[in-house]
Design a protein around this ligand. Structure first.
Ligand SMILES: NC(=O)C1=CN([C@@H]2O[C@H](COP(=O)(O)OP(=O)(O)OC[C@H]3O[C@@H](n4cnc5c(N)ncnc54)[C@H](OP(=O)(O)O)[C@@H]3O)[C@@H](O)[C@H]2O)[C@@H](O)CC1
Ligand SMILES: [K+]
Length: 486
């Protein structure tokens, strides 16, 4: 399991590592990695001035803040200047810049200027790093407004964001690439800051062994998911692989039922039962699903999904109660969340695991106020209050357990914000629960694989539908299980 560490945790690890190294070593490691990434980016794009790609002749502008983040940027820019780049560094906090790094840049042929040319091939954001408070100094805002950059590279973090939460309460840099040193920070994976991060490149500076084994935010990878996966053995049959029940849709809204069962069929469970008013549509799309009109008639299942498109009337509330009295773990989505918001007591006597999958408006119905910009804390607060696992949807989906652990999903894609894609996710997650995965792992793994499937579906189509995502899920599963084995 990988993760993201707060500024304080990074500083603690840095202090331990620095005690073993000559002064300045870490900054040189950071600058070398940063310069290498900038050179690679410049090789990919033609210079607006010379019409040639590469470092030689490229125009590089550095926005340099007062601390070590500016120091990293200036040392990296000195390396680029030595390879023939035209480098202009603009101090954005009066004359306060890292003095040794600024001297290195001028020795390499770079210039410290009050104003750089308007157009540059690469803009290095070295305004603020992990020592920054949210918001940008006015001079940085002015420069960002007037510069026209081929590509923007943030040094360690996009300046201006709240490093520890991913909130962006004031002005901040929007990067195409962020080159981070030693570890991810929460702003790279959470909230609006994760969007401003762009592509994340991690530079290893040797911090790993010194980082606290418990990161502030956990980030699952292929190996984790493969380890959690229940692989059927020779003695398994369709029942021992898990039976998943889907209570979704209605005769008026059959689509949600079809998509949720499609998600459930793409998971590891051996058998899918459907309970609700859209049996005909479900049977037509998925003849392998066994359909009954109500939850009580469905028989035993190892996990339920309840909610997508099943309405919020008395009958729906009755079906939700029937699901919640069963001893099986449940995923509650869409209309079930609205009902829980209105009748929170239906959850109160429940002991088996519950996963809630709200988007922001559903979160507000459940919590009483919209999620704060600190989305990890927001998800954790709801999880604690309702004693459930919470998957808070967004461009960067977050999962929180009732004991406060927060997971950020690294595979989210804006294309997944398509109608019905949440139904597929919820059905797939219920299948993971039915196969024996616990609530938090099922939520984390489902978000990860759903994101991967969305990516795969987007590669072949201009617009991605929820059905495309469901069809791509088995492939995404196969890819993750194979990659983790090799
Ligand atoms: N840790 C590691 O392992 C390694 C770290 N490295 C690098 O060091 C970076 C951290 O450097 P850092 O500690 O010098 O802090 P940094 O972010 O440059 O700025 C602090 C300065 O900004 C100011 N200031 C703050 N907020 C402000 C605002 N909103 N608006 C205006 N000003 C503001 C604040 O001034 P103050 O107002 O507090 O007096 C202070 O002077 C880190 O991100 C990485 O790049 C690598 O070299 C190697 C390994
Ligand atoms: K920065």
């Amino acid at each position: 399991m990988d993760g993201a560490w707060t500024a304080a945790a990074v500083r603690r690890a840095e202090a331990q590592l620095m005690a073993t190294l000559p002064p300045g070593t870490l900054m040189q490691r950071a600058a070398a990695g940063l310069a290498a990434e900038c050179a690679a980016l410049l090789k990919e794009q033609r210079s607006t001035r010379t019409e040639r790609a590469g470092v030689y002749g490229a125009t590089v502008t550095v926005l340099a803040g007062p601390g070590d983040n500016g120091g990293d940027a200036l040392f990296a820019a000195a390396r680029l200047a030595r390879r023939g780049a035209r480098v202009f560094a603009v101090p954005v906090m009066g004359g306060r810049v890292h003095p040794v790094a600024a001297a290195a840049l001028t020795r390499a042929g770079g210039r410290l200027v009050a104003e750089s040319p308007r157009r540059c091939d690469l803009l290095l954001d070295g305004v603020l790093g992990i020592g920054g408070r949210p918001g940008l100094p006015g001079r940085a805002i002015d420069q960002l407004a007037r510069l026209d950059a081929g590509t923007v590279v943030a040094v360690d973090v996009p300046s201006g964001v709240d490093v520890d939460t991913g909130a962006v309460p004031a002005s901040a840099v929007t990067a195409d690439t962020t080159v981070a040193f030693g570890s991810r920070k929460p702003c790279h994976v959470l909230g609006r800051a994760a969007l401003l991060t762009g592509r994340l490149v991690l530079v290893d500076i040797g911090l790993g062994p010194h980082l606290d084994p418990n990161p502030a935010v956990r980030v699952a990878g292929e190996t984790d998911i493969a380890q959690w996966w229940h692989r059927p053995g020779p003695d398994d049959d369709k029942y021992t692989r898990g039976v998943v029940g889907v209570a979704a849709g209605s005769d008026r809204y059959p689509g949600a039922a079809v998509l949720a069962t499609a998600g459930a069929l793409a998971g590891p469970a051996g058998y899918v039962r459907y309970a609700g008013g859209a049996s005909d549509a479900v049977r037509r799309s998925h003849p392998e699903v066994v359909c009954t009109p109500t939850v009580k008639e469905a028989g035993r299942v190892q996990a339920w999904l309840a909610g997508p498109g099943f309405g919020t009337d008395e009958a729906a509330l009755g079906e939700l109660r029937s699901v919640l009295v069963s001893p099986a773990p449940v995923v509650l989505d869409a209309d079930a969340l609205t009902l829980i918001g209105e009748y929170p007591s239906v959850l109160s006597r429940r002991e088996a695991p519950v996963v809630l999958t709200p988007h922001d408006r559903e979160y507000e119905r459940l919590y009483g106020s919209p999620p704060s910009e600190d989305r990890g804390a927001a998800a954790a607060a709801l999880a604690k209050r309702l004693n459930c696992t919470v998957l808070l949807k967004g461009h960067h989906t977050v999962v929180a357990s009732s004991d406060g652990a927060v997971w950020a999903n690294p595979t989210g894609r804006p294309q997944l914000a398509t109608a019905g894609s949440g139904d597929v996710l919820a059905g797939f997650m219920a299948s993971l629960l039915a196969s024996g995965m616990d609530g938090v792992r099922a939520a984390v793994a489902a978000a990860f694989l759903h994101g991967r499937a969305g990516g795969a579906a987007a590669a072949g189509h201009r617009t991605v539908t929820a059905s495309d995502v469901a069809r791509a899920l088995p492939g995404a599963v196969g890819e993750v299980l194979t990659a983790a084995r090799s």
